[in-house]
Design a binder for this molecule. Structure first.
Ligand code: ADP
Ligand code: MG
Length: 242
C-alpha cells in the first residue's frame, strides 16, 4: 500500500540529514506504528510521503501511484492528519468537512451521513456552524481527524494523532483505526506513546536519527525474548538518551 525506497532529506542549513535512506513497506490491511524519540525524523518522513516535502533522494509509492510522477493519483489514496493543527480558520467546521468531501469526491448522501457521524462522535457537532478560529486546540484537532476519516480512503496517515486528545476521543479513534483496517484498508501513524503502539499495531517501525533501526511485529522485534516494547525501544535508541 505504501512503499518508501531510500528516501533522504536534509533541511537547508542543516549539516546532517533528518531522514537517511529510509526503506519501508506498509502492507494493505495493517496498522503500522512509526515510533521514535523526538526529533528522530517521523514528521519529516510523513511530510515526504504526503507530498508536502520533496525527498532529496528516493521514491515514494502509494497504492501503486508514484508520488513524484503522479502526485494527484498518489494523494487520492490517503488522508492525512498533521501534527500541528493549522487549518482554514475562516471556514466553519461544516464548511471544512464539505471542502474535504469535495476534494475527495464523496457523494452527497454519504458525505452527509459520514460528516454527521464523525462530528457527533468527536462531540463537535454543536460547533459545526461556528468558524474554526473560535475553536479550542482540542476541537481543531478533532475536526481535522473527523475530516480525514470522512472520505475513508485506502490509507490513513496520522502524525501523533493521540497527542492532546482526551481519553474518550483517543479510544474512539483507535476503534476507527481498527475498523478501517478490518475492512481491508491501511493505517500508518506515528507516536512516541509506546503503550499505544504496543496494543494497537500489527507492525512497528522504530526510527532513530533519521534511520529505521527495527521493523516487524512486536513478536519479531522481541526476537523470542520476554521484553517490553519500552525496554526494546530504549535499547535501540539508547544513544539519544545518553
Ligand atoms: N523545518 C525544519 N528545518 C530544519 N530542521 C528541521 C525542520 N523540521 C525538523 N527539523 C529537524 O529534523 C529532525 C527531525 O525532525 P522531525 O521529523 O520533526 O522529528 P520527529 O517528528 O520524529 O520528532 C530534527 O533534528 C529536527 O530538529
Ligand atoms: Mg513529529
Amino acid at each position: 500500500m505504501l512503499r518508501l525506497e531510500g528516501i533522504t532529506k536534509t533541511y537547508a542549513k542543516s549539516a546532517v540529514p533528518a531522514v537517511k535512506s529510509l526503506d519501508l513497506h506498509v502492507r494493505r490491511g495493517e496498522i503500522f506504528g512509526f515510533i521514535g524519540p523526538n526529533g528522530a525524523g517521523k514528521t519529516t518522513t510523513i511530510k515526504m510521503l504526503c507530498g508536502i516535502l520533496r525527498p532529496d533522494e528516493g521514491r515514494i509509492e502509494i497504492g501503486g501511484a508514484d508520488m513524484a510522477k503522479d502526485p494527484i493519483a498518489a494523494k487520492r489514496n490517503f488522508c492525512y492528519v498533521p501534527d500541528v493543527h493549522d487549518t482554514y480558520d475562516r471556514l466553519t467546521g461544516q464548511e471544512y468537512m464539505d471542502f474535504v468531501a469535495d476534494v475527495y469526491g464523496v457523494p452527497t448522501k454519504e458525505r452527509r451521513e459520514r460528516a454527521a457521524k464523525y462530528l457527533e462522535m468527536f462531540e463537535i457537532a454543536d460547533a459545526a456552524g461556528e468558524r474554526i478560529n473560535t475553536y479550542s486546540h482540542g476541537m481543531k484537532q478533532k475536526l481535522l481527524i473527523a475530516a480525514a476519516l470522512l472520505p475513508a480512503p485506502p490509507l490513513w496517515v496520522l502524525d501523533e494523532p493521540m497527542t492532546g486528545l482526551d481519553p474518550k476521543s483517543s479510544a474512539l479513534l483507535k476503534d476507527e483505526m481498527r475498523a478501517h483496517t478490518a475492512a481491508g484498508n491501511t493505517v500508518f501513524f506515528s507516536t512516541h506513546v509506546l503503550e499505544v503502539a504496543e496494543k494497537l499495531c500489527d507492525r512497528i517501525g522504530i526510527i532513530r536519527n533519521g534511520s529505521l533501526v527495527a521493523v516487524g511485529t512486536l513478536e519479531e522485534l522481541r526476537g523470542g525474548k520476554d521484553e517490553s516494547l519500552e525496554s526494546l525501544f530504549l535499547e535501540l535508541t539508547e544513544d539519544d538518551y545518553a
